[in-house]
Design a protein around this ligand. Structure first.
Ligand code: BES
Ligand code: MN
Ligand code: ZN
Length: 499
C-alpha cells in the first residue's frame, strides 16, 4: 500500500475515490461546501431528502461525472459532533474504504479538514481505520471468487493547510505500523492450527526478533522440566506438538524496570480429556490470540522505538487428548511451587499462565499485564462489546481502561473479591483449576492472581472479543486482532508518563 500526505484541494485531486466527512445535524463544512457547489447542490439536496444522513458509519457513493477531479465521491458520516472521537473516525474511514474497494476503486483520497481533532491523531485514525477495514485473509483462497483481485493500492490524505502536513505524516507513519501489527495478529489467529503450531509461532517470533532488533529465547521441553514448569508441561502432555516457552525482549528503556506482557498461546484447544463439543471447535484455533497480541505489541513498540523495557512471554502448546494427556484428578506442581488439582482439562489457559506469570516475576517487573482467551463465561458476562479486566492495581487498571477508550478496544472491570477464592479451594492441593459455573470469568482470574506475587497486575480476558461473527466498521468478520492496539496504546501512554 502506498500512503501519502499532500497539501491541496480535494476537489482537484485525481483519484478513484475521494472521501469527504460530515457531521450529523450540521451544514457541510468549508471543503464539503465547495464540492457541493461544484456538484450543483447535489449534497445539500441529498441531505434534505434524507438520502444521506451522516450517522456514524453511514456512507453514500456519488459519481461526480467530471465536476470534480475524482472518479467517485464518498460522503461519510461521523455522527454528532459532541459524541465524536477517534473511534468514530476510524469507523468512517473503514466503511468508506470498504465501499470504495467494492465499487472498484484502486486508490482513495481523504479530506480531513474541519474535523477538529489533533492532526497527527486524525491521520493515524484515518490510516488505521482504512487499512484495518480493508484487511482480508486470503492466504488460503485460490480462486478469484470474492473479487480478491480488486484492491486498493494507494491512500492519500489531502490537507487544505500546508503547515499540517508534517503532523499528518507522523500520524500516517504510526497508523501504518499499528495497522501492520494488527494485520499480523489477525493473520496468525486466522491461520489453521496445523500451520500455527507452537514451533511455528516460535519461528515467527524469531523472524520478528531479527527484523525489529528484539532478543529472543525459546525454552524447550527439557528446559521447562528443569525449571519445574509443571503446569505448562501438564497441559502439553497430550500433544504430539512440542511446547515452546517463548521469551521476547525489547530494551530501549535504560535502567527502567521491565513491563511484562504475558499472552495465552494455546494453538488449539480441544478441551483435552474434558473434550469440548464439536460445534464451533474449529474456532479454538483462536486460543493463541493473547500471545499473538503480545507479539504484535512488541513489534509495534520496536517499530515506534518506544523508550521502554518490555518482556513478552508466550507459553505455547496445544491442549489435546491422547494416552499421555493429563487428566481430571491429576495434581500439577507449578513453577511457583504451588499445586493445582485438575478438575477440568479444558481450564488449561490458567495453568499455562500460572507458570508464565511466575516466570514474569523473575524480572521484578514494574507491571504485569496478561491477555488471554480464557473463559466462555466472559462472553456471558460482557458479550462481545468489552474485554474483561481484573487486577490488583488501581492505577494500572485505570491506565488500561483509558487505553481501551482511546483505541475502541474497550475493557470493563470485574471484581476480585475474597469470596470468589472460596470457589477454587481444593481438598488435596493448594487450589483447583475450575470453580464451577458461578463467576467463571472471576474464578479464573482469582487463580491467576496467586502467581503474580505483589507486582501490579492486570488480566485481560479476550475470549469474547478475539473473534467476531459479524462485520464491524473496521473489523471484518473473523479474527479481530484485539489487544494489539490496546497494549500498544498502554505502552505509548506509559512511555510518556514514566519518562
Ligand atoms: N479457550 C477456552 C475459552 C473460550 C471459550 C474461548 C469459548 C473462546 C470461546 C478456555 O480454555 C476454556 O475452555 N475455558 C473453559 C473453562 C471451564 C472449563 C472452567 C470455559 O470457559 O468453558
Ligand atoms: Mn479450554
Ligand atoms: Zn483455552
Amino acid at each position: 500500500m502506498k500512503i501519502s500526505v499532500a497539501a491541496g484541494k480535494i476537489e482537484k485531486q485525481k483519484t478513484d475515490g475521494a472521501v469527504v466527512l460530515f457531521f450529523e445535524n450540521e451544514k457541510p463544512g468549508v471543503v464539503a461546501g465547495r464540492i457541493d457547489k461544484a456538484l450543483g447542490g447535489t449534497i445539500t439536496r441529498l441531505m434534505k431528502r434524507g438520502d444521506f444522513e451522516p450517522k456514524p458509519g453511514g456512507v453514500h457513493l456519488l459519481y461526480p461525472e467530471g465536476r470534480i477531479a475524482a472518479e467517485r465521491l464518498i460522503l461519510a458520516g461521523l455522527g454528532k459532533r459532541e459524541d465524536f472521537n477517534l473511534n468514530r473516525l476510524r469507523q468512517a474511514a473503514g466503511k468508506a474504504a470498504q465501499h470504495l474497494r467494492a465499487a472498484g476503486a484502486a486508490d482513495i483520497a481523504f479530506s480531513c479538514d474541519g474535523i477538529g481533532l489533533d492532526p497527527e491523531e486524525t491521520a493515524q485514525a484515518l490510516i488505521e481505520g482504512s487499512l484495518l477495514g480493508l484487511y482480508r485473509f486470503l492466504k488460503y483462497k485460490t480462486s478469484e471468487e470474492n473479487n480478491i483481485k480488486k484492491d486498493i493500492r494507494a491512500i492519500a490524505i489531502i490537507a487544505e493547510h500546508a503547515p499540517e502536513v508534517k503532523a499528518l505524516q507522523a500520524g500516517v507513519k504510526t497508523g501504518e505500523i499499528i495497522a501492520g501489527s494488527t494485520a499480523m495478529v489477525r493473520d496468525m489467529v486466522s491461520s489453521p492450527p496445523a500451520d500455527m503450531t507452537p514451533a511455528i509461532i516460535a519461528a515467527k517470533a524469531r523472524q520478528l526478533a531479527r527484523d525489529f532488533g528484539l532478543k529472543l529465547q525459546v525454552l524447550e521441553r527439557s528446559q521447562m522440566e528443569k525449571l519445574g514448569m509443571g503446569a505448562l508441561l501438564g497441559v502439553a502432555s497430550g500433544s504430539a506438538q512440542p511446547p515452546k516457552f517463548i521469551i521476547v525482549e525489547y530494551r530501549r528503556g535504560g535502567k527502567k524496570p521491565v513491563i511484562a506482557l504475558v499472552g495465552k498461546t494455546i494453538t488449539f484447544d480441544s478441551g483435552g480429556i474434558s473434550i469440548k463439543p464439536s460445534e464451533n471447535m474449529d474456532k479454538m484455533k483462536d486460543d493463541m490470540s493473547g500471545g499473538a497480541a503480545v507479539l504484535g505489541a512488541l513489534r509495534t513498540a520496536a517499530a515506534l522505538k518506544l523508550p521502554l523495557n518490555i518482556v513478552g512471554l508466550l507459553p505455547a502448546t496445544e491442549n489435546m487428548l491422547s494416552g499421555s494427556a493429563y487428566k481430571p484428578g491429576d495434581v500439577l506442581r507449578t513453577l511457583s511451587g504451588q499445586t493445582i488439582e485438575i478438575i477440568n482439562t479444558d481450564a488449561e489457559g490458567r495453568l499455562i499462565l500460572s507458570d508464565a506469570l511466575a516466570y514474569a516475576c523473575r524480572y521484578k517487573p514494574a507491571v504485569i499485564v496478561d491477555i488471554a482467551t480464557l473463559t466462555g463465561a466472559c462472553r456471558i458476562a460482557l458479550g462481545q462489546e468489552a474485554t474483561g479486566m481484573l487486577g490488583t492495581d488501581e492505577k494500572l487498571k485505570r491506565k488500561i481502561h483509558e487505553a481501551g477508550e482511546k483505541t475502541g478496544e474497550r475493557v470493563w472491570e470485574m471484581p476480585l473479591w475474597e469470596g470468589y477464592y472460596d470457589l477454587i479451594k481444593s481438598d488435596i492441593a493448594d487450589m483447583k483449576n475450575a470453580g464451577g459455573r458461578d463467576g467463571g470469568l472471576i474464578t479464573a482470574a482469582a487463580l491467576l492472581s496467586k502467581f503474580v506475587q505483589n507486582y501490579p497486575w492486570v488480566h485481560l480476558d479476550i475470549a469474547a472479543t478475539a473473534w467476531t461473527e459479524k462485520d464491524r466498521p473496521y473489523t471484518p468478520k473473523g479474527a479481530t486482532g484485539i489487544g494489539m492496539r490496546l497494549l500498544t496504546q498502554f505502552l505509548r501512554d506509559y512511555a510518556v508518563s514514566n519518562k
